[in-house]
Design a protein around this ligand. Sequence first.
Ligand code: MV4
Length: 518
Amino acid sequence: MFKKILIANRGEIAVRVIRACREMGIGTVAVFSETDRAALHVSMADEAYCIGPASARESYLNAGKILATAKHSGAEAIHPGYGFLSENAAFARACAETGVKFIGPPAKAMETMGSKTRARQAVEAAGVPFVPGSSKGLSLTEAEAVAAHLGFPVMIKAAAGGGGKGMRMVGAAEELKSAFETAQSEAQRSFNDSEVYLEKLIENPRHIEIQVLGDEHGNLVYLGERECSVQRRHQKVIEEAPSAIVDPELRRRMGEVAVRAAKSAGYTNAGTVEFLVDQERNFYFLEMNTRLQVEHPVTELVTGLDLVHLQIRIAAGEKLPFRQEDVSIRGHALECRIYAEDPDNNFFPSPGRITRLVQPSGPGIREDCGVYENWFVPLDYDPMLSKLIAYAPTRDMAIARMKRALDEYSISGIKTNLGLFRRILEDPDFVAARIDTGFLDRLLNAGRGSATPGHRSSGNASENVQEIAAIAAALFAATATNAGSHAHNSNGAVNPGRISRQSDTWTKTARREALRDA
Ligand code: MV4
């Protein structure tokens, strides 16, 4: 086993990996940028080295500096976390050449899966069902022929893309040329690689992914699915395991396909095979993520496994300590990604000082957090602060537990998306698990009232007056409740859950202020 590991990351994932190392008796080396001198991961590691200025390009993406720091500190392995260098095949190769173990798949597997067209070729040869389309880069003329054959609507995608970048939907033949040219130049600008290809559009899909794990002795298993359909602009907001629409039979079929896809690329260590699942529960390979993912905790809770421990043991050459038939899914886990962003201002990042932080705990609650009270959240990196994870025997109980934990949670000084989660968790479609990748946009647009054409019948004056009267009545009821009229609250005239919750928060604040003054 390694004696010392360098963690080439920051925030909650660096903390997560440091915790695993500590549990395994492995020394930890943190790296940090000049803005991150006081960051949580720095204080938790055994050693820490400044590797450059705030700009990620000069710090967390500075492969040479990070490798030199590993050598200098005597770290035998590097855990890349997610983002930054985690899917950079050249970095994985440089590690191997320097004699530092990269805790992840071989560089070759990262290269295969890093190109969407190469990935499609590899999985196609392995008999994996994938979204119909081409598996090589296309010229405009070729794209026109492929699109005519597939039928519209189609998607133009960048081979080097992923996570939604360089993607264009095309509804009809006459839109193809301009969409193709835009996608191509966007791909060139974003990835320095203009290769684009075509896929048939899957309408209103669910995003369901399979966690896989393989050792370096030829054993590869699947660890069930995660449903990640609740997202906004390709940023996941809530993830859960298992998916409400995946039964044991579908789980086995998707799992076996995921293992075949991973094996086709010579994959080892932890990885995720993404699928689109259509309304008829047909599933299609989309892409493979060659890293530990943000949402890995929901899989850990329902399988009882520690994925970071296992990643480290696999990288050290150990065999998987269990077989496929030993893996079982138990209970239900939900994860909320808490971001420093302003829901009232288009979810713009909201950096600043966290003046007060009250974190939830209690039965079935896990929080993977990367910040602390008084920390200044910088604008330089991804604004995710924390992941709140709830685990319970059933989905309904996990939702109830998550709502309870969110009520306990309080972050002051910066704007966060905390308020959004209660709206989602109380939405009838979410509760019934009627979700797809359009769910969150529909929820957010519905809340915009008359600004959304089609949702309001005509917007005439008398309707508006009625609406204003209804709002005034609700406000009056809420204010009356807070003045101490509890009978008013329980008579059912207004949504009692929402109103009492609001008053609870005020009560708590008042009590706190009273204590402070005492
Ligand atoms: C698609 C698709 C529909 N049809 N491909 C978006 C991110 C990238 N990983 C692939 N994405 C999609 N590819 C075809 N042929 C719909 C999406 C998509 C999506 C996928 C997963 C999670 C959220 C999404 C939101 C919008 C679109």
